[in-house]
Design a protein. Sequence first.
Length: 707
Amino acid sequence: MQSRIKELSAKDSAELRNKQQWLLLKNPNYFGIQDKESPLNAQFKPELELLSNTFYEELTCISYKPDAQRLSAIITVKQGAGYSGGPCTPGSKEYVRFYVSYDNGVSWEDEGVVSFDIHDFGNSEDLCYEVFKTFAPRKRSCCDKQPVLPLVRGILSWNQLPPPAAPFWPPIWGNVLEARIQAAPRTGFICLLDDILGNIGVQLDGKQFDLVDQALPPLEYAPALKENYTLAEIAKVYGKEVEPSRKGYSFVSNAFFTKAAVTAQEYELLKKYELDISSIVGALQEQKFNTTYEEVRCVGLNRDFDTLNAAIHIKRSAGYSGNLCSKGSQEYLAYYMDFGGGWVYMGTSSVTVHDIPLPDGGLWYNAPLKVTLDPYQKAWCQTGRAKVKVILSWNWVPPIDPNWVAPWGDWEECQVEIKPLPDGVNPGQLKPFIELLGGMPVDLISGITGEANGLHTLGFTAVESPFGGNTTLRGRFFNQNTHSFRYRIRVIAPSTAEHSVMTQVKLKTDTFGTISPLITLTPDVNGWMPYLANPATNTFIVDDLFGSFTPTERGIHYIRIEFEDITLGGVFYNSQWVKFSADIPAPQVDITITSGGGDCGDFPPGSTISGTYQMTDNDSHSLNIYVTPAAAGTTIQIDGQPTASLAYGSALFPLPNGGKSGTWTLQTTAATQPCGYNIWIHGRDRTIVGSSQYGYHAYMPKGFCLG
């Protein structure tokens, strides 16, 4: 399949990509994408065997940061054209859908999709992009139990959304990649109980219990991490499994890198445990990367969040200074960028690693770093580029030197795209800008209707969608200087003039990769709150969160962010106004049994049970009618017609905006199990609810008996 596309010219292959949507509309199996067992194969024959082609783009690394619950993928874009247009066009999208397996790939759980825009840039070098999503593993264990090491699968697909719940779906352009990650150890009551019971000795010969008297820890219990191995423990636990230059590295490196001398006492201690200082120092002096234990494999820029990230491959089970109940050791990543004038140090981040029984393929970690790229961003439609270098160093903070060779680690480089400034923001201009409202990019919200259309950041697709519930505002304050600022959220509702949003804001800050505890900002009487981001200290707001607004009435709203320069006083900077439509009520649904004894009536098996239904909503999406418990052999018709069949009923989609009413029938059979049943109606609208869910839902059941 790969060789077939390489036989095509660049022009022909780009034309094939641009026609992909039309080709699939005419023949959904044009590229041989359907499973061999699919009934579509009998009707639609492949015209071009082209699957999982990585000529244009490739998913190269998947990794995870356990404490931040950050699941990351890095994609390499390999060509200068073939992406449906330049920077001033909509271009196309690269999608990555994640799946997670806790049973070595026997079953998979869909964890959602992320994406980024891509364009024709005419570049001759590869460009490296990072995307991420928050992922909290469903399974975890206490630190002294078997670690949970899920298998993650990523499916990269160009300009075609990977379908949900389809972990074996093959992309046309893109690829599938898997990696093992580590779930953070469990804390809380379960580990508390386990810890307490572990201190109770019970002898089965009838002797008295031995109960250790101890103060009860709080319910939000996290066991105190043990100190890392001493030199004696390192020598005993690691034995010959770990070489002397690794075992003695942490002990000697402080003296070596600070130009201090090893004391006679330290020398004797090393000698006692058969650790030859000459061989350790010799390894440090080699100025040669050692990737036996860890290696940095990919580096990329998250263009939408201005975050650098790299994937670290952990290759050994031991040599990381302790297990999950200890403090472990650090893998440091020092990031540099070259914007055309030489390497600029951007900062250093880290991730904690431990001695863990290693699965096949090792474990994959990452350590992202938020950076300030405002000075290097060009005007709208003018994309920028830079080269990135990341230096990996185990258990020693790298010095600020782009050519430093870490004794344990290595470095990786790639070119990245720097996103242009938004339309309406000029280079060097101090300008707040709302980029996401309710999780939707603001350029996907109609300036006429205030409704959203397109891919939400959590992976679902909005269609003429209003907003409801807790609606978040995320964005940037471009070219913020070293002054102090305060800010407030201003809103205009259908029945009120411009006023401040007085809701508390809960956020976290990120300083060189160190995430703060949850911070609560309380507006003053005029709505002002301190703005905690500070480029001078490399402090950012996690996820670029400004705050949120919960509409209380239906209709068109306007919202913006206002900043005041506290240092100068009375100098204000305002974001753009974002127009959006708000929806308050959930759908109204009703279902009634009109045949036989009506609601709660008795019917013999084989009966045709009928009734009426109604769903009312100004932004209707769909309705479903189904029976619980599942009644084998039954069929449901809506308005006398077969409808879209679901595993548990029948559905109507799409619905008129105002909703729909009509009739339904449930056909039972003589073999239908006598039982008490409920006939349900489930209605859903198109509202983006709480910035995270597609549609308000409403349910109503009516009961009947079959017997």
